[in-house]
Design a binder for this molecule. Structure first.
Ligand SMILES: [Zn+2]
Length: 184
């Protein structure tokens, strides 16, 4: 729920049990998370000023990309300008810690390759290979990279966001057939 790692195998209490025991068994408060997020980074942190309510992005209510910008080439997250919540989430969840940016940058390279392969398979009429490429994209680690690219490609600042990207890749990210397959 936090870093985008697909190997999540623990359940985090979004509002920590220590802060609100009534939410211990409240389903919307139980979020799938990887063990690094759950224990090393977020843990019992919720907000820093001791007040009620969350300063963290609540992924059950908000779209993270309303607060976070992912730099695809570097894999680094930046807060959307003026979003205190975005910056707090980056800091608390350690979104740019350790190998995380590197793994996201690798995921972006893999995504570019798979999109190119998908377009080739479509041109060849090879539907089996198209499904295989779609499966690879959907199941790769750090799916947030793919979601960020799909969202960015149709945004107002797409021109500025993909200056180092092959225009054919940007066109693919806008392709209705591909978008439907990945977002199904
Ligand atoms: Zn995580």
């Amino acid at each position: 729920m936090y870093c985008g790692n697909h190997m999540a195998d623990t359940v985090d209490h979004f509002v920590p049990k220590s802060q609100c025991s009534l939410r211990t068994f409240y389903w919307p408060n139980l979020l799938l998370a990887c063990s690094s997020c759950n224990t090393r980074f977020k843990g019992d942190k919720h907000r820093g000023d001791g007040l009620v309510g969350s300063l963290l992005i609540d992924p059950t209510r908000e779209h993270p990309f309303d607060h976070l910008n992912l730099r695809l080439a570097s894999g680094v997250y930046r807060a959307v300008e003026g979003s205190r919540k975005g910056q707090w989430t980056i800091d608390v969840c350690g979104l740019n810690e350790g190998k995380r940016p590197r793994v996201r940058a690798d995921a972006w390279v893999n995504l570019e390759d798979d999109l190119t392969g998908w377009a080739q398979a479509r041109a060849d009429g090879d539907h089996k290979d198209m499904r295989r490429k779609e499966w690879r994209v959907r199941n790769q680690p750090f799916a947030d990279v793919c979601h960020a690219a799909l969202r960015r490609a149709t945004s107002d600042d797409a021109q500025r966001s993909f200056t180092d990207t092959d225009p054919a890749i940007v066109d693919l990210l806008r392709d209705e057939e591909l978008r439907a397959a990945l977002q199904a």
